[in-house]
Design a protein around this ligand. Structure first.
Ligand SMILES: [Zn+2]
Length: 250
C-alpha cells in the first residue's frame, strides 16, 4: 500500500509541476494540455510517465531534443516519497483517518508549489494560502478540534504581521501563509513551525551568502524556508512539542 501511495504521489507530482508553472502566470490548469515549453509540441502519454519518460529520453524533449529541467522529475520524486511517508507515518485504519491522510497529502502539495513559486517568482500566490486555509478548516471539522487552531491562526498571523511591519524582511504573502499554517497546525505546533522556519531561514541564508549563490543585495524569498519548516512539522512537530512540554509538567 505504501508503494502504491508513492506511485500516486509520482503522478500527482507531475500535476504539481504544471500548477507551479501556470498559476503564477495566471494560465488555466487544464487548457492547453501539456506541451513542450520550447517547441510547443503536445505531449503524448509516453512523454508523461513520471520520472520514467525523463530518464528514457535522457532529459530531452522527444520532438525538438531541447533539454528539460531536472526540476520536473525531482518534484515528482519528492511528491512520491512524501505521499508514501505520510501514509506510513499516519497508518490510517478508518475513514476519518484516511481523510486526514488525503488532507495531509494536499497540504504537502501546497507546500511544494509554494516552495517552487516563491523561490522562482518571489511571490506566494493568494490561491495557495487560501487553499491551505480551506484544508485547515476541513481538517478542523474532521478532527473535531477548533480552539487551538483558531488561536494558532491569530497568534501566528499577528506575530508575523508585526515582523513584516517592523523589519520589512518578509512580505504580506509570508504573513498570510503563517496565519493559515497556524490554523492548520494549531497554536503549539504553529509556533514551532514559525520559529523553526526563522532558524532554517537564518542558517540557509548565511550559507547561500557564504556560497555566493546570493549576494547581500538579493532579496531572499522566505516562503521556501516556511515550506521546509512546515514539511518538517508534518512529521516532527508533535513529538518535538510533546518532548518539550513534558519538562513543564514535572
Ligand atoms: Zn520540444
Amino acid at each position: 500500500m505504501t508503494i502504491l501511495t508513492g506511485v500516486l504521489g509520482l503522478i500527482w507530482g507531475s500535476f504539481l509541476n504544471v500548477v507551479a508553472y501556470r498559476v503564477p502566470r495566471e494560465e488555466s490548469l487544464i487548457f492547453p494540455p501539456s506541451h513542450c515549453p520550447n517547441c510547443d509540441h503536445r505531449l503524448g502519454p509516453l512523454d508523461l510517465v513520471p520520472v520514467v519518460s525523463f530518464l528514457m529520453m535522457k532529459g530531452r524533449c522527444r520532438y525538438c531534443r531541447e533539454k528539460i529541467s531536472w526540476q520536473y522529475p525531482l518534484i515528482e520524486t519528492i511528491t512520491g516519497i512524501g505521499f508514501a511517508l505520510i501514509w506510513s507515518f499516519m497508518q490510517p485504519s478508518n475513514g476519518a483517518e484516511i481523510a486526514l491522510v488525503v488532507l495531509n497529502w494536499l497540504f504537502y502539495s501546497f507546500l511544494i508549489v509554494i516552495f517552487l513559486v516563491d523561490y522562482k517568482e518571489m511571490i506566494i500566490p493568494d490561491e495557495f494560502n487560501l487553499g491551505i486555509g480551506i484544508l485547515a478548516i476541513i481538517k478542523m471539522i474532521v478532527s473535531q478540534s477548533y480552539w487551538t487552531e483558531l488561536l494558532g491562526f491569530a497568534v501566528c498571523g499577528l506575530l508575523i504581521l508585526l515582523i513584516v511591519v517592523l523589519t520589512n524582511g518578509m512580505g504580506m504573502g509570508d504573513a498570510k501563509m503563517f496565519a493559515v499554517l497556524g490554523l492548520w497546525f494549531g497554536f503549539k505546533n504553529g509556533l514551532f513551525v514559525l520559529f523553526f522556519s526563522i532558524i532554517v531561514g537564518a542558517i540557509l541564508s548565511v550559507f547561500l551568502l557564504a556560497a555566493k549563490v546570493k549576494t547581500r543585495k538579493d532579496r531572499i524569498p522566505f516562503g521556501p524556508f516556511i515550506s521546509l519548516a512546515a514539511i518538517f512539522g508534518i512529521f516532527f512537530a508533535d513529538p518535538i512539542m510533546n518532548w518539550y512540554f513534558q519538562w513543564f509538567n514535572l
